[in-house]
Design a protein around this ligand. Structure first.
Ligand code: ADP
Length: 675
């Protein structure tokens, strides 16, 4: 059954002089408690009718009504049921009304005693805008609920209210008709005894409850203020992160703001992976209470807390390092030295993680014991999460920059290629075309001239072939599309092959004197023989190109112990030619670098030779570099290669190129001269 008329309205209609007033929920709670306490404090047996909007509100007060029922037999409690609230007659009468009943919007409490009577009849006001509570979380707060109605000590009004409510109860529970009739007869319309009621205890109780309500509100505001401060801090750090893509800047802001907000003795933020041995501390916030760790190496490998947090990817806090022997199964004993040296009394360590990847850590140290609250830990974790995102963003940006640079380099290469193609391909092509056209159209051409035309066309065709070949080789090497056939290779065999091909290529021009001085007992290198010969040939070609015929070229090789203990073989090709300016020693390895510029080049070549050499040597695990004292001082090109672990198989069983060469080519005399 559901009744849609309002008790408040019925009361207002019956008593024209009544003026309803607005009450906050907290005031109504205080009033109700004070009224109930007044009943509990007296020995009279008053009539009590309490109507709760919902069962859950009644549940909070149920224990009071049990105590009240022990004092007076006339207790009626109404509520809209939610779980187990039903119509019942036990210590007191319970009346369950339908949740759609108008009563579920009202709050009533009527007390009619012999010495006094009082009533509170209110109706909840819906959706009222409340000044100062525009924010959704304040609106949603229970404390902002408002009611409109009457609260009075007036006996007549209270009697009227009791009558209306008793009639309602009669509708819901007709079986109580006799009891209700008796209640009406006993309490409604009766005049009080002449004894005056002292209002003081009631007022005292009311004030106490109001104070308690106020205290609750204060607590709620404090927690909102703390949350607001946290949000402000997270926003501040987040916006600082958004303004910068430099991890150093981001860490600087984060460590300062977080350290200040947490009033940390020391706050550290550092990058680190689980398997790092130590980290250099570059970002620290510190109060005077603790010594600085800035510029110090912070151990990670034997920092058990770091290791555990890194592994579990969850924060750990230690309120007092001196009160506990272990925390979350981390034994603190091995950390004793660290704790003592850096005076860490309480410790909070929070991982910086992005999608399961550990990027670093935030550590907070205090000189005094401190119990880190869930809010504080939550705040540091929120900052750590932001830092994780910021670091990944910064990294992606750096990668993008790299990619950009690579793209720019590619673009430069492309333009170079067009310039080179323009000159290197078009020029010989037109020469070839002219020669062939002349040969075709001049059948009477002198045999010597015919020969000249043919050899010019042939040599230009060869230049074009070389450029195309070099370009394809370099593209393959740079894109990693090269298959390496690594095996122990004898360097002397490769030098011999390079020298013989040099002789074939440059037999017609006047070559400088080329000498190879390679000790017989040199260990083999681990390399791809064919590629190694290519490097030697290119370096020898260059040396010949840039050295006058009366100059000389010397090829040497010796074992070379690396700083990291590795053993390499260093090969040197030194010439007495035109030399290289010191500031060009690196640039000569750039693609298409030629001192004269591609278009004014006189010595031939593509500008790709040294770039190819560098790609091959690095691909074989070595280094290549140039040395020169400057112009006309000669140059030397050096490269290293790793020594082979296994011995050289000169029988050919391992398929080594050197080993398959005829014995005549593997002369034991390592001193040879060409040109
Ligand atoms: P190129 O086909 O032009 O020789 P490289 O890549 O082999 O291309 O060499 C690039 C440039 O380095 C040459 O054009 C030349 O300016 C310089 N260079 C190379 N080797 C020598 C050397 N032995 N002496 C002097 N300059 C050299």
């Amino acid at each position: 059954m559901s009744i849609q008329t309002s008790v408040l309205e019925e009361l207002l209609q019956s008593s024209a002089q009544l003026r309803p007033q607005l009450y906050f929920k907290s005031s109504l709670t205080a009033l109700s408690h004070a009224m109930e306490d007044q009943v509990l404090a007296s020995d009279a047996q008053p009539l009590i009718i309490a109507s709760f909007q919902k069962e859950r509100f009644y549940r909070q007060e149920a224990h009071r009504y049990e105590r009240i029922a022990a004092i007076t037999p006339h207790v009626y409690v109404l509520a809209a049921p939610e779980t187990s609230f039903t119509n019942a007659s036990r210590d007191y009468e319970t009346i369950a009304f339908d949740p759609s009943d108008q009563l579920s919007h009202e709050w009533h409490l009527v007390v009619i005693g012999v010495q006094y009577s009082t009533c509170l009849i209110c109706q909840e006001r819906q959706n009222l805008p409340i000044a100062g509570a525009e924010t959704p979380h304040l609106q949603a707060m229970d404390q902002t609920r408002r009611f409109e109605g009457i609260w009075t000590f007036d006996r007549e009004v209270s009697s009227l209210a009791a009558e209306i409510l008793l009639d309602r109860i009669g509708v819901y529970r007709p079986e109580l008709a006799a009891k209700l009739k008796q209640a009406k007869a006993q309490f409604v319309g009766q005049m009080p005894t002449t004894r005056d009621v002292d209002p003081d205890p009631f007022a005292q109780r009311l004030v106490t409850y109001l104070q308690a309500g106020q205290y609750k509100l204060q607590k709620a505001y404090r927690s909102i203020a703390a949350k607001e401060q946290q949000e402000r801090l997270v926003n501040l750090i987040t916006s600082a992160m958004r303004q910068s893509l430099d991890p150093h800047e981001i860490f600087k802001v984060a460590v300062n703001e977080l350290g200040k907000a947490m009033q940390a003795g020391r706050c550290l933020i550092y990058r680190g992976k689980a398997n790092d041995a130590e980290v250099l501390i570059s970002h620290e916030f510190r109060s005077d209470s603790l010594p600085s760790l800035l510029g110090q190496y912070w151990p990670l490998a034997n920092h058990r807390l770091f290791q555990t947090v890194a592994q579990q990817q969850e924060s750990i806090s230690i309120p007092d390092t001196q009160a506990a022997e272990s925390v979350e199964s981390v034994d603190l004993a091995p950390l004793a030295e660290l704790i003592q040296r850096w005076q860490i009394r309480s410790w909070l360590i929070v991982p910086i993680v992005y999608q399961g990847l550990l990027l670093g850590m935030i550590e907070l140290h205090q000189a005094e014991p401190q119990s880190w609250t869930p809010d504080e830990i939550g705040l540091v974790e929120a900052i750590a999460a932001q830092l994780g995102v910021a670091l990944i963003q910064a990294e992606s940006y750096a990668n993008l920059e790299d990619l950009n640079q690579q793209l720019e380099a590619l673009e430069r290469t492309r333009s170079n290629l067009i310039a080179i193609t323009g000159h290197e391909l078009r020029t010989p092509l037109s020469t070839i075309q002219v020669c062939l056209e002349s040969l075709a159209t001049e059948p009477d051409m002198l045999p010597e001239l015919r020969q000249l035309m043919l050899s010019t066309a042939l040599s230009d065709a060869e230049r074009m072939r070389k450029l195309v070949q070099d370009f394809i080789t370099l593209s393959r090497l740079e894109s990693g599309r090269v298959e390496w056939h690594l095996e122990p290779v004898a360097i002397d065999e490769c030098v011999t092959l390079a020298l013989s091909s040099l002789r074939t290529r440059q037999s017609e021009t006047g070559l400088p004197k080329v000498t190879a001085q390679i000790a017989e007992e040199l260990p083999p290198v681990r390399a791809d023989g064919e590629r190694l010969v290519e490097v030697l040939s290119k370096l020898l070609d260059n040396a010949c190109k840039f050295t006058q015929p009366d100059g000389s070229i010397l090829i040497t090789a010796q074992p070379n112990l690396q700083p990291n203990g590795g053993r390499m073989l260093e090969v040197t090709i030194a010439d007495t030619g035109r030399g290289i300016e010191p500031n060009r020693l690196e640039t000569v390895f750039d693609r298409f670098y030629q001192e004269e510029g591609a278009l004014r080049r006189t010595a031939g070549g593509t500008g790709l030779g040294l770039a190819i050499c560098r790609q091959i040597v690095q691909g074989l695990g070595g280094q290549i570099w140039a040395e020169s004292a400057g112009r006309d001082q000669g140059s030397s090109f050096h490269f290293t290669l790793p020594l082979a672990q296994e011995p050289l198989d000169r029988t050919g069983a391992n398929g080594s190129k050197g080993a398959t060469e005829p014995a005549s080519k593997r002369r034991s005399n390592r001193k040879r001269a060409v040109g």
